[in-house]
Ligand binder design. Structure first.
Ligand code: F6P
Length: 558
């Protein structure tokens, strides 16, 4: 085991607490949630946290007090506290890219100094925030107009991954708070359909394009940006000087922005210590600030900051992100579970699972540890989800009766922005019922009674009963939020960010790089010119050659 920045980089599965948890698992692997609740009517009191407007109920998990104690020991043994302090004090914890990880600075509303490379990063953070504030004001007030002196009506964010998913999810989640005079659109896919279908809705005279790319080298984003610029010029009489009024850039790469043709006065900067998937708090959030207003953007930052302080200061036994991470580790590494679902019971949060997919899987889908050694335990789980109740009518069958156990996070607002008749009550009754059903299941005995009451004979019951049994004992977390607003959404996102961080510390991996996305990009660059001519391609394996040649044969040459 090595030591880095005060953190002991011990192999996770060599820790004393890991061994104790292994033993503990073998002792309690047959525990039953229904029994645990029957035996202890204070279980909810013991296993929930109220933090401001958030209730986090983790009582419906396959844990006992001892499980929790051992998981907390694990957090201590891995030196989680030091690791958290290292992130907050700008240590270069993203060591493969030699960078600090400072999304917490972007929302440091206490404005305490954060020194990195001898400089207080808050100076830059605050100055870019001021620049965003000013820009948003100018757009909203009409001080900045399009080339034909018209007010902007549509913002088109062109970006992908972290330069898309975060702002896109937030704008969608906070639609009720939107500035009514601006529409927002997100174009991410290099599939021309995404851009074409978006541009159909756009009047170039009132369109503001935001080219969002940390690196400003991402193929998808630059391709869409070039096409959007071409479209814009064609529609507006090919006047280059109009570009500066209608295109802005968000990036860390001013050189590439300039080369693209965007004046650096129209560029909003961020820094390499902001990871793409953690960047919605930076100038990448420009679409959020324009769509929801700058004050709401600040409230989002404030919410996240409140969770940063909670994560940093609360004892781990009262710390929502830490508990979420520990419980997920319990399932992934001791129960051998592979996947976890996140089900928002809020239509506005429909993109939250997609956002979490990048956050969790790009961060923790790693098989090399911080000692540069291959890992022999499971890391990042598979995350997916859909809004409830739709999910109930598609994949919940597998969650209730499938052969795999899928722990589920249920998320809902107590108060809806659209309380039509009793619809929100119906929605929430489903939320409560699903967590109860997954926990309790339905026994043979209960079913027998039910089927007899329905008048089925013994023969019919024998055949049907096994299909209708619910074993239950399926774990869930429940997160109830008084209302989804900019502040509470900031909190929710930050909770998951810190959950991911904690998991990465325990697994001893670097959660902040993403080398795994590089190979495909490299190969695509090699293949692209091969598609330019009609030559038969032989340079790949026979499957790849076959696919390319099939495409070349069948394509309609325009
Ligand atoms: O390819 C993955 C990735 O690098 C993500 O980590 C990132 O969020 C996305 O691409 C977009 O990158 P950029 O903001 O540099 O265009």
């Amino acid at each position: 085991c090595k030591k880095s920045q005060g953190v002991i980089m011990k192999k996770f599965n060599k820790l004393e607490s890991y061994k104790k948890l292994k033993k503990h698992y073998s002792e309690i692997k047959n525990i039953n949630l229904r029994d645990l609740f029957k035996k202890d009517n204070k279980r909810f009191d013991k296993f929930h946290i109220n933090f401001e407007q958030i209730l986090f109920d983790y009582s419906k998990n396959l844990i006992t007090k001892k499980t929790l104690d051992l998981l907390l020991q694990l957090a201590d043994e891995i030196n989680l506290k030091t690791a958290i302090n290292n992130m907050f004090s700008a240590k270069e914890i993203n060591f493969t890219e030699k960078r600090a990880v400072l999304h917490i600075a972007l929302r440091n509303r206490s404005n305490y100094p954060i020194i990195y490379n001898g400089k207080n990063v808050m100076d830059d953070v605050n100055s870019v925030l001021d620049k965003i504030k000013n820009f948003v004001k100018q757009i909203h007030s009409g001080e900045k107009l399009g080339y034909s002196q018209k007010k902007f009506t549509d913002i088109i964010n062109i970006g992908i991954g972290g330069s898309d998913l975060g702002p896109m999810m937030v704008c969608s989640a906070l639609k009720p708070f939107a500035n009514k005079n601006l529409n927002v659109h997100f174009v991410s896919n290099v599939d021309g359909t995404h851009l074409a279908e978006t541009l159909k809705k756009i009047n170039p005279e009132t369109a503001l394009f935001i080219i969002s790319s940390k690196s400003f080298t991402t193929q998808e984003t630059l391709t869409n940006a070039i096409s959007a610029r071409k479209w814009f010029l064609e529609k507006t009489g090919n006047k280059q000087e109009h570009i500066s009024k209608h295109f802005i850039a968000i990036s860390t790469n001013s050189k590439a922005v300039k080369e693209f043709g965007i004046d650096t006065n129209n560029m909003f900067e961020f820094w390499d210590w902001v990871g793409g998937r953690f960047s919605l708090w930076s100038a990448i959030g420009m679409s959020i600030a324009l769509y929801l207003g700058f004050d709401n953007f600040i409230k989002l930052l404030e919410g996240a900051h409140s969770i940063d302080l909670h994560f940093k200061n609360q004892p781990f036994s009262q710390n929502i992100p830490v508990l979420m991470a520990l419980i997920s580790i319990w399932y992934l590494n001791f129960h051998g579970i592979k996947a976890q679902a996140v089900i928002p019971y809020d239509q506005y949060l429909e993109h939250f699972p997609a956002f979490l997919q990048q956050l969790e899987m790009e961060s923790n889908g790693k098989y090399i540890d911080k000692n540069s050694k291959e890992i022999n335990y499971q890391t990042g789980g598979i995350i997916w989800g859909e809004p409830g109740t739709n999910a109930q009518h598609s994949f919940f069958q597998l969650i209730h009766q499938g052969t795999q156990i899928i722990p589920v996070d249920f998320i809902a607002p107590v108060n809806s922005h659209n309380p039509i008749d009793n619809q929100h009550k119906i929605l929430l009754s489903n939320f409560f019922a699903q967590t109860e059903a997954l926990m309790k299941g339905k026994t043979e005995k209960e079913l027998l009674k039910e089927l007899k009451l329905q008048g089925l004979n013994d023969q019919e019951i024998k055949k049907l009963l096994p299909h209708k049994v619910f074993k239950g004992n399926r774990p869930t977390n429940s997160i109830l939020i008084d209302e989804i607003n900019p502040y509470t959404l900031g909190q929710l996102i930050a909770i998951y960010e810190h959950k991911v961080f904690t998991q990465g510390i325990i697994w001893n991996i670097n959660s902040f790089d993403q080398w795994g996305v590089e190979l495909g990009k490299q190969l695509a660059k090699k293949i692209l010119p091969e598609l330019d001519n009609n030559d038969i391609i032989k340079s790949h394996d026979c499957s790849t050659n076959g696919l390319i040649n099939h495409y070349k044969q069948k394509r309609k040459l325009i």
